[in-house]
Design a protein around this ligand. Sequence first.
Ligand code: PMP
Length: 389
Amino acid sequence: IVYLDHNATTAPAPEVVDEMLDALQRAWANPSSTHEPGQMARRLLADARTRIASFLGCQGAELVFTSGATEANHQAILGALALARAESAGARRRLLVSAVEHPGLLALAERLAGEGVPVERIAVDARGQLDLADLDRQLAQGDVALVSVMGANNETGVVMPVEAVAARVRAAGARLHVDATQLAGKARLHFGRSGADLMSVSAHKLHGPKGIGALLVRKGLALPALLAGRQERHRRGGTENLPGIAGFAAACDRAARTLDEDLARMARLREALEDGLRAVLPPGLAVLGEGAERLPNTLCVRFHEIDSERVLGRLERAGIVAASGAACTASGTQPSHVLLAMGCSAAQARAGVRFSLGRDTTPAQIRRTVEAAARVVHPLMQAEQPAPA
Ligand code: PMP
């Protein structure tokens, strides 16, 4: 099969598996133990932390290992809200989140709103870009504790203007969390220069293992723990997931070594896919996020208003695996909240199909994808074509 769903997850790289096995077999002791086996595990943890911090552009002490980006997002939001409330004697309580955040983060925001926290969504424009004027308006309320904006959107690949957001948030006396899960391995990432106070990442999006990620916490920020305990400088209790952390470090080393070439190659193949689809399909192909800065690996399209599930089923039978931002439920396909926020109709927002390339995607795979689309999507589109008047 041709796997074009790298924004969902990536296969662990061989060197990742090797380092994980080594950590499992050799460094299985508890890094908190003072005996020699424990100290060996501790050295491995310190070494991995240095390598990951170097790739992410942060200091080792700013890196808190978590079970992934979902946990990191929770700690960032719950922690930053609690901190601001305490610092301001309750005056700063408001949470602003972009309308196109990951569903897990939006679910937390909804839960908080239900508990009485003032929560607002920041709008995006038709291309999926953050509406900075809307952000300015909402920051002017003066009671904002935290702004949470993703580094890049998982469905459309649209890259958010993190530095411009950071400058506004800082000027307003609030803090910024960036869910950078989709940036790592697909863009140059530097926490120190980003202007963000908090940043979430996840290893499995860059050929590392699942179940390990990190929250980056700006030096000096006394962020409370989600899981109490003394590990990770009292910011995340629980015995460290050493095999996961070792695999995460190997993934960062590998990504750092080849990032520039990977980005250039993925961008070329993404263009080839987009041009190829346009060439073989009748009119009615729309590129979502077109005109905005996008991740080099992501192509989100809709074929007229054809339900994504119909397209994806046909593509998969033809050997091509892609994805939809829309969620499938018993009652049918739910429109993608990202495409709705961009002004798509419900039918259009059920039609988004995402092709996300990886660093191992080949030109032959892109050709096969275009051929498959010509064979199985073309007839669907033709059938949807409005009859000539
Ligand atoms: N945020 C974004 C933007 C994501 O794309 C994902 C993964 N789909 C997550 C958070 C969740 O990451 P994890 O699987 O590590 O919890």
